[in-house]
Design a protein around this ligand. Structure first.
Ligand code: BGC
Length: 979
């Protein structure tokens, strides 16, 4: 039995007395449908969900340091709060996952409201000298003037006087550090962002000098942590973005009314130590001088068959210049995050010992994945194990069951997390030394109390993708299963399962994608054109030769690119046709054309408007169609017979998001929701198809009614709870709130993998680990969908970098091996698809191995291999490849779309249908649009949308039917808890 020591027993008696208060919060929330129907406004829901939100916040906040029992604070202890961040309180990052300032309990308010603590002084961070100011942050603290002792941060820094004065009547300084990253920009490795600003360091030094105790609270996703040791900080709390109730939850934790149970969902290390360090900032792939505005030129030869003149034409202007193209090599392969740090620590140490200082590999880990302190201690003991009774195969899967007893051996109540890792053997493939396979959180355990958890997972969860066999395999050898409440503790508490077979056993078959290592695949074609994308993956077998390195590639000039990509004079003309004119305007039509490009698109536009009025006339004269969607649902008509009644324009309109097409068809939903419909599906009264609206965001529903909704803890914080049932409850609450604000598909959760800390959107993503990401997301989705609201987990896949100044569209190409793609970057989506049946998936803006996600047949194929049967939609204006290409390769909905796209699509359908449309060549262009789209493909896409809609509440409401949630698939791993 391993005794797990979380904290010294130096805890105040006060805490003992406060145990019951938070223990009674256990199981605080059960939602029943009437909760939603009782709620008449989102003011009701935000109040109703406040306790759940506060629990989510409390469980997501991680205690990183607590020297000599600095926390909890003594009862009544006087504190000075120093808001030293660039922003006083950041409710979240910017963009889709932004959480608004409304109804946020700030740390100041939280402390002020708490009877067990005295907020003696408050130093406001109106201006730290760092970039930005409070207005940039969302969810800012209330004005400094609300506290009579408030002083501006700059005044506090002016001399020692204030620090000295405040320390004379308050013992503890709480230093609050904020950052506000988000969509469209990556973070910077600079002071005031990844590093402390000069003023933050100054404040820390002053606090350290004058106060007895210094506590630092981090209101940010992650940051360099060297200062903890440097300044000998007493306690450090990773608050992250803990939502509207965060301030109250923090006060509970600081005062010991609640106990910490959050654990890191990522490794906190120095920037240079991450294996993606050399390959995060993208490398230009030499399309250097082109300033294309139409997207018709692609850097890959086969894309030139698919010019996409319709896209990008918005409000009469061609938008989004296309100049450079970037790639990012995932050289670390499967060794993301702790998989790298755990496996390579000894390897890098040996390597560093053999080379001069300048060549050494930095390797500084501050806090490990899965780590987090508590005010109490736990014992964790494996009391029983059931190992496979036979060699697992695809047709005869095998499971492993662990029985783990967790005992609270300390003096304070608390929850613990059982983390189960596996060290799989090497063979035809190599493996990281530890990979998370399962986890479970205990209930609140009183001192002396224990709980037994039984955790079952499938041997498939231990398998690796082996391209040579196009299969998931388990290699012969020892599988060490580690159990603990963090990585290091787990290492001392293990059982071994020995798989006795020849080299390996196949546990599931699949199909290889055409990525690196697949001769003849699309990656190979790409490589032939651009040798700089060659990928060497990190291997523990040969660290020196495979360690990730800066590989800038060779920039080519435009002439070389033209020759290379276009290959000859005939195609050069095509290229020239797609170039800008000398006055800067786009030149799509050759100079001798009868049409200008504007005339061409006006023609397509008129054509679509005419088709829409024909459909409207049909409705006016014939009314509702004979077969409506309800007949398909009832099984009295086939989907085919139903679709036979659709006009071409109706088919096309169903796959382009409604928002910017506006309500071109008559009637939408029975309750008029369609009128307020934001982006989403356009309804069609003739055919009995209800409209649906989609809306951001995972952390707070933006909705379509303008009402304020709950600002929940952000994605990253959700993972730090390691609490699957709690996330399902939060999901359920979110679902009901979505209904209250007329959102039928919530655009989230955002579940890309945190690969490198400077990605601007890491805060909305969950973790560096795909199992934690997948299981927490699936729990949220199961909860959300129970209300009948749909979800769109995003951004499939590898959207792990934001670039700069919003230049992320169209630019990022993840060069990644199939194994890493399957085991790390799409694994979370696999878990979600298999265990929560999501309504939809949103593809990423980026490309993967040279193809835009939305049109990437192989990436989409992988989703279908996992069993996905919902709606795949593009990210917003993310259909850069070519809309026809996207639809042909697996995308159902082009979001949010515009009428020109509809016109383009409709024209392409007419061209493929007996040449009724106006081709580019006919319009005077000197080449044919290479792609068209046939009716059968469109029908398939529409059928898929409708089949999914018939699972959503919006469909039931439209027809006045009672909504019954669908049965859920089995969870990723099974946990049963007995006290
Ligand atoms: C973001 C998505 C978001 C969408 C709709 C995009 O810019 O990348 O995450 O859901 O906008 O707002």
């Amino acid at each position: 039995m391993k005794h797990i020591r979380i904290l010294s027993l130096l805890l105040c008696l006060v805490m003992l007395l406060s145990v019951t208060a938070f223990a009674s919060g256990e199981g605080v929330w059960t939602i029943v449908a009437s909760d939603y129907s009782d709620a008449t406004s989102t003011a009701d829901t935000t109040d109703m969900f406040a306790p759940l939100n506060r629990q989510g916040a409390a469980e997501s906040i991680v205690l990183l340091e607590n020297r000599d029992g600095a926390l909890p604070l003594d009862k009544g202890e006087a504190v000075t709060l120093i808001m030293a961040g660039s922003y006083r309180l950041s409710g979240g990052g910017s963009g889709a996952s932004n959480a608004s300032a409304d109804a946020v309990i700030t740390p100041q308010e939280g402390l002020d409201l708490d009877p067990d603590v005295t907020l003696a002084h408050f130093v406001d961070a109106a201006n730290t000298g760092a970039s930005g100011g409070p207005s940039g942050g969302s969810g800012e603290a209330s004005e400094a003037e609300t506290n009579e002792d408030a002083v501006y941060f700059s005044d506090f820094l002016e001399s020692d006087a204030l620090a000295k004065e405040y320390a004379s009547d308050s013992t503890t300084a709480i230093l609050w550090l904020s950052r506000y990253p988000g969509e469209g920009n990556n973070r910077y490795a600079t002071a005031g962002d990844w590093y402390l600003s000069e003023n933050e360091e100054k404040a820390l030094a002053l606090a350290k000098e004058y106060f007895d105790t210094v506590v630092v609270v981090l209101n940010l996703p992650s940051i360099d942590m060297a200062w903890v040791k440097e300044y000998d900080v007493d306690a450090v709390i990773l608050y992250g973005y803990a939502g509207a109730q965060g301030g109250g939850a923090l006060a509970d934790l600081l005062t010991g009314k609640d106990n910490f149970s959050g654990k890191l969902a990522e490794t906190l290390a120095s920037l240079e130590s991450y294996p993606a360090y050399e390959n995060f900032e993208t490398r230009a792939l030499g399309v250097d001088y082109f300033t294309m505005t139409d997207g018709s030129l692609r850097h890959l030869a086969w894309w030139l068959d698919t010019p996409n003149p319709a896209y990008g034409y918005d409000n009469g202007n061609w938008i989004r210049p296309y100049d450079e193209y970037y790639f990012t090599k995932y050289e670390e392969g499967i060794y993301n995050g702790y998989r790298y740090f755990e496996t390579f620590e000894p390897i890098v140490a040996a390597y560093n010992a053999s080379v001069p200082g300048a060549e050494q590999t930095p390797f500084t880990v501050y806090y490990k994945f899965g780590y987090g302190l508590s005010y109490t201690d736990f014992d964790m003991e494996i009391t029983d194990v059931t190992l496979p009774s036979a060699v697992p195969t695809a047709s005869a899967p095998q499971e492993i069951t662990l029985t783990v007893k967790v005992t609270n051996t300390g003096t304070t109540a608390g929850k613990d997390v059982v983390e189960v890792y596996c060290g799989a053997p090497d063979g035809v493939l190599e493996n990281p030394s530890m990979e998370l396979v399962a986890f479970a959180k205990t209930d609140v355990l009183q001192p002396g109390e224990n709980q037994t958890l039984e955790i079952t997972f499938d041997c498939y969860d231990l398998s690796d993708w082996y391209e040579d066999a196009a299969a998931y395999i388990l290699m012969a050898g020892d599988y060490t299963i580690y159990v603990g409440n963090d990585i290091d503790e787990a290492k001392e508490n293990a059982v071994v399962w020995t798989l006795d077979c020849r080299d390996y056993t196949v546990v599931a078959k699949g199909e290889n994608l055409g990525g690196p290592d697949q001769p003849g695949g699309v990656y190979d074609q790409y490589l032939a054109d651009f040798p700089e994308i060659a990928l060497t993956e990190l291997s523990k077998a040969d660290y020196a030769e495979t360690k990730p390195g800066a590989d800038l590639g060779v920039l080519k000039n435009d002439t070389e690119i033209q020759d290379h990509v276009l290959g000859g004079s005939a195609t050069r003309e095509r290229f020239q046709a797609a170039m800008r004119n000398s006055d800067g305007s786009a030149n799509y039509i050759s100079p001798d054309s009868d049409y200008t490009y504007t005339e061409y698109y006006n023609h397509l536009y008129d054509q679509v408007i005419e088709a829409i009025s024909d459909a409207q006339a049909l409705y006016a004269s014939e009314g509702k169609a004979d077969i409506r969607l309800i007949d398909v649902y009832n099984g009295t008509a086939t989907m085919d017979a139903f679709l036979d009644q659709w006009t071409d324009i109706e088919l096309c309109a169903a796959v382009v998001g409604a928002g910017r097409v506006s309500q071109l068809f008559t009637g939408t939903t029975s309750d008029g929701k369609g009128v307020a419909c934001g982006d989403g599906l356009q309804g069609n009264e003739r055919l009995g198809v209800p409209a649906f609206s989609v809306s951001d965001g995972p952390n707070q529903i933006h909705g379509t009614t303008g009402a304020t909704t709950t600002a929940w803890v952000c994605g990253n914080n959700r993972a730090r709870t390691w609490n699957e049932p709690l996330m399902e409850q939060i999901g359920e609450a979110t679902g009901y709130e979505s209904l209250a604000v007329s959102t039928e598909i919530l655009l989230g959760p955002a579940m890309c993998i945190n690969r490198y800390p400077l990605c601007g959107r890491n805060y909305e993503y969950f973790s560096e680990d795909p199992v934690l990401t997948g299981v927490i997301s699936a729990a949220l989705i199961r909860g959300i969908q129970r209300s009948g609201v749909g979800v769109s987990p995003k951004h499939y896949a590898c959207n792990q970098s934001e670039g700069e100044n919003n230049d992320r569209w169209n630019k990022m190409d993840a060069i990644v091996s199939e194994r890493a793609l399957r085991e790390i970057y799409t694994k979370g989506f696999e878990i979600v698809v298999k265990t929560s049946h999501p309504t939809s998936v949103m593809t990423g803006y980026n490309t993967v191995n040279g193809h835009y996600c939305a049109g990437n047949a192989e990436l989409m194929g992988l989703l279908y291999e996992y069993g996905f049967d919902g709606i795949s939609m593009t990210d917003w204006s993310g259909d850069w490849g070519n809309v026809l290409y996207d639809l042909t390769n697996g995308t159902e909905m082009l979001m949010p779309s515009n009428v020109y796209m509809l016109a383009y699509l409709y024209n392409a359908l007419l061209i493929s249908d007996g040449g009724r449309g106006l081709s580019y060549r006919e319009a005077g262009g000197d080449f044919d649009v290479g792609m068209t789209i046939d009716r059968e493909t469109l029908r398939l896409r529409v059928a898929n949308i409708l089949n999914t809609e018939m699972r959503m509440r919006v469909f039931f409401d439209y027809y006045g039917l009672e909504y019954t949630p669908e049965a859920l698939p089995e969870a990723e791993f099974q946990v049963s808890i007995a006290k």
